[in-house]
Structures are given as C-alpha cells and as structure tokens.
Design a protein around this ligand. Structure first.
Ligand SMILES: Cc1cc2nc3c(=O)[nH]c(=O)nc-3n(C[C@H](O)[C@H](O)[C@H](O)COP(=O)(O)OP(=O)(O)OC[C@H]3O[C@@H](n4cnc5c(N)ncnc54)[C@H](O)[C@@H]3O)c2cc1C
Length: 461
C-alpha cells in the first residue's frame, strides 16, 4: 500500500526543505523524497558532509545551507534519500529507492525538483573532459575533484562567471574564456538596473565576478560563435569564430554553459500547463503566487518553477507550505496571509534582479542551434543533420522525430536533446519554440527495472 502523508515533497533543496519546515510548523505530516544521498539540492550539495576547506572556499552562499539543513532536520518531516521519483499518477508518487519499489500518496504534492543545466550541443560536446560548468562545480562539492588544466570556458550565464572565479581561486590555468553574449546584451539590460538596485550586495557580487572574468590572465572573447571541439595530440582543440576571424585554442578540459532551465519533467507528467519564457528560452509551469499549478493539489516551487535562485526558492517553499496548510484546514486564510506577508516582501526584493539577469544573460537563439555534424541525441547518437532531413520529410515535432530516429528514447529520456531539437525545428520552420509541442513525457522519467515496476503495481493494488 502507498504510504500516506498530508504532503509529499519531491526534492530536498532549499525549496523543498523550506516547504517542509513551514508545513510541519502548521501541524501537517510531510514526506520529503530526494534522489541524492543527503539534503541540500544543487546549491548546497553535500553541505553536511563537505570538508571545512571546501566550505571556506565556497563561502557564505554555500554554508548558509547548513542552517536550512539543521532547521529541516529538527522538524518532524520524514526524509527519504536515494529515492528517485519516476512517476506520479493520481496522487501516487512512485519511487525507486536503492533498487526497492516504494509508493507514497497524498492530496498535496509539491514538486521542488530544481533546474538542469541547459545542454549545450556543439560539435564535439560528447568528447571526454567536455562537461557543463555547473556539473564541474558539483564534482567539486561532491568529491573535491578539480579539473585537468588548462581549461577552456565557453558560454554565458552567472554560473559560468562563478566557475571562472573558482578556477582562478584554485589556481587552475585557463586557456581562454569564450563568451557567447554580445555587448548588446549588457546594453539592453541597463533599463532593468534601477529595479535591481533593491539588491545592491547581490549586484556588487555579480559585478565583481564579471570584472574578475574580464581581468583574467587568459584571453577573453565576446560574441563567440561556431564552436567546434576535437581531440588532437591528447589535447582538446576548440575552434571558433568571432566577427570575421577564426580562432583556435587548446586545453585539457572544456566547460560549457548556457544557463540553467527548469526541470519540467514531473510537472509535464502530471499534466500541468506550461508557458514559454522567450528571453531565456525555456518552458516553465504556470503557477499561482503560492506555487499551485493548473492541476489541483500539485504545487511547484524553486528553480523547477522558474529560475530565480536559491534564496527565492526557499521563500517560495515557505509560501507553498503555508498554502497547503490552509488548503488542508490547519490554518485559516487570514492566518496564512499574516504568516506569508513578510515572505512576500522578501521575495519581491530577492526577485528584483531577475529581469536584469535574464536580459544580460539571455542566450542568443542562433547559437543554440547545432550544426549538421553535431550529435544532438547522445544516447542514440543522432546528429542535427539527420534531424534536419527528418524535418524535411514532414516530421515537425519532437515526438514525430522520435518516431523516426529514436531521439529521446535512451537513458536520459530526452533530457539532453529536447532543447536542441526544439531550436532546430524552430529554425527550420521559422517558428518560435512556443508553438512547437514538447516531447510527450511518459513514466518512467528515470530508468527503472521492470521488476521494480511490477513490485510497485503489486504494492499499489
Ligand atoms: C548543475 C547545477 C549547478 C548549480 N550550482 C549552483 C551554484 O553553485 N550556485 C548557485 O547559486 N546556484 C546554483 N545552481 C542553481 C541552483 O540549483 C538553484 O538556484 C537552487 O539550488 C534551487 O533550489 P531548488 O530547491 O529549487 O532546487 P535544487 O537545489 O536543484 O533541489 C532539487 C532537488 O530535487 C531532487 N530531485 C530532482 N528530481 C528528482 C526526482 N525525480 N526524484 C527525487 N528527487 C529529485 C534533486 O536531487 C535535488 O536535490 C545550480 C544549478 C544546477 C542545475
């Protein structure tokens, strides 16, 4: 039988933990499920087990996670780690936990599954030692692993600047910093500056990272395009263009990054409506200010709802926890509003920098479209050229292409190829991705054995 609690929360990052703290304070029973072996999510990953050297190195933005984790552990929520949610059906959440099948049910499900790094499909991105900049940071947090040097950094976004600063602090040589943003991005973001001044410290820190990047000993290139990676003489070669000139650099590791995007697999699986963010080019679930989606009883908060960062994720968690308590009649509407008013005020301040960041680091659509020889679906090794031929035959949706080429049917279930396929269709058909249907998401969203599925069905019955 599935285990019942008032709320099931998926994700123990800042959003999920804060929702659990707020809900249990109102007297609700809460189960929190997370794929990782400990709480923290992406930003506070491994926070409870990391060395003091690492904590000192990553600073207060990382160690702040310790106080949230401590508060979470002192609340009566039930935490189940190593628990991968692979389906949600009619209020039942199916989980694979160390090879065992488990099910949880509730009338209130909070999806706090966070964001993923936007996969950057460039020629050669499947080569060894080519990885996401965020992924490299997670390696550092998880196991203190550093990178083979020199490192080539490519792309756009605040996390990319953070990676550059980390490399500098660790004295890891950088061969080159290739930024896809153009100066125009910075100019168009200027009108958003007055609103962003509500958060001066954050702005100052961002500016500091930017200046450190510009002041790097390594060459910095703006408006880079046509990156192509290859392996030559035990080195990674990066060839790219800037203006009319072609350049090349060699290194041992390449970090790619074009921002993070909400992981919408669970909200799509539950049938929630989504909207398109045309600036940051991602889909995000439509929600109320309390995080409730268009599906009754399904909430989503944090970076999985829209990428606002860790502080906003925690505040949204508190709001969703309070709203669930109201909905389950543990507190009145008046009590909810009273408890939530300070949180809403903080959220307004914390999100004031969002328009500036989104505009300044807006990905340039033409740079997200892979060239013909680029492998787009890593699982089935399908190139952009093969996808273009299939589009020319009249298959104009990701699912249509999947039916012909098996894209999205491998281990990652479309996580790595979907964005690039949307961009290719948009370019070939001169459409906005907004008007192109996404992959139809079906369970299991993570690989799970048939034995486990059978055991889940038996236990649910
Ligand atoms: C690779 C990466 C690195 C990042 N690094 C930084 C950084 O260094 N600094 C920074 O400011 N921001 C960083 N971010 C952004 C950061 O993730 C957020 O701002 C913040 O962590 C959002 O909090 P959250 O609670 O919404 O999600 P998260 O912190 O991402 O937490 C989501 C949790 O949900 C769990 N989960 C997801 N799907 C499932 C599932 N199906 N079943 C069970 N559990 C699931 C995950 O294991 C995770 O623990 C990073 C993002 C990414 C994608």
């Amino acid at each position: 039988m599935p285990v019942y609690s008032d709320i099931v929360i998926i994700g123990a990052g800042p959003a999920g933990m804060s929702a659990a703290i707020a809900a249990t304070r109102c007297g609700l029973s809460v189960t929190v499920l997370d794929r990782q072996s400990a709480v923290g999510g992406q930003i506070y990953r491994n926070i409870e087990h990391s060395s003091s050297e690492l904590q000192n190195f990553l600073g207060k933005h990382y160690t702040h996670g310790l106080s949230i984790a401590e508060e979470f552990h002192s609340c009566p929520a039930k935490l189940i780690t190593n628990a991968t949610v692979w389906s949600i059906e009619n209020g039942t959440v199916n989980v694979s936990c160390n090879g065992a099948a488990m099910s949880f049910c509730s009338t209130h499900i909070i999806i706090a599954s966070g964001a993923v790094e936007r996969p950057v499909a460039v020629s050669g991105w499947t080569l060894p030692n080519v990885m996401g900049a965020g992924a490299a940071d997670l390696l550092l947090k998880d196991s203190g692993l550093t990178l083979d040097a020199p490192v080539i950094v490519y792309g756009n976004g605040p996390l990319l600047l953070q990676s550059v600063v980390h490399l500098q602090q660790l004295d890891i040589p950088i061969a080159g910093i290739l930024l896809t943003a153009s100066y125009r991005n910075f100019i168009s973001s200027l009108p958003c500056m007055p609103q962003a001044l509500m958060r001066p410290t954050y702005l100052f820190e961002g500016m500091h990272m930017f200046l450190k990047t510009l002041g790097s000993k390594a060459p910095v290139f703006f408006n880079v395009r046509d990156l192509s990676l290859s392996h030559e003489d035990k080195q990674l070669m990066a060839s790219f263009s800037r203006g009319r000139k072609s350049h090349s650099l060699s290194g041992q590791t390449v970090l790619l990054h074009e921002g993070v995007i909400p992981d919408t697999r669970l909200t799509r699986l539950t049938g929630c409506l989504h909207d398109w963010n045309s600036l940051q080019r991602y889909w995000y679930p439509r929600t109320t200010c309390w995080g409730e989606t268009t599906q009754q009883g399904v909430y989503t908060i944090g970076d999985g709802a829209a990428v606002y960062g860790a502080e906003a994720a925690a505040l949204q968690g508190t709001l969703a926890g309070l709203e669930c308590a109201r909905s389950l009649k543990k507190i009145t509407k008046k009590e909810r509003d009273k408890k939530a008013s300070a949180t809403f005020r903080k959220l307004k301040k914390v999100t004031s920098t969002k328009p500036l960041i989104d505009t300044c680091f807006a990905p340039i659509p033409s740079k997200l479209v892979p060239t013909d020889e680029t492998i787009v679906c890593r699982c089935e090794e399908i190139t952009a050229g093969e996808i273009r031929k299939t589009i020319a035959q009249g298959f104009l949706t990701p699912d249509g292409i999947k039916s012909q080429l098996r894209t999205g049917m491998g281990q990652c279930q479309g996580r790595m190829c979907e964005q690039a396929i949307l961009e290719i269709i948009a370019q070939e058909c001169a459409l906005e991705p907004e008007s192109i249907p996404t992959y139809h998401i079906q369970p299991p969203i993570f690989p799970v054995s048939l034995g486990e599925i059978a055991r889940t069905d038996a236990s649910s019955n």
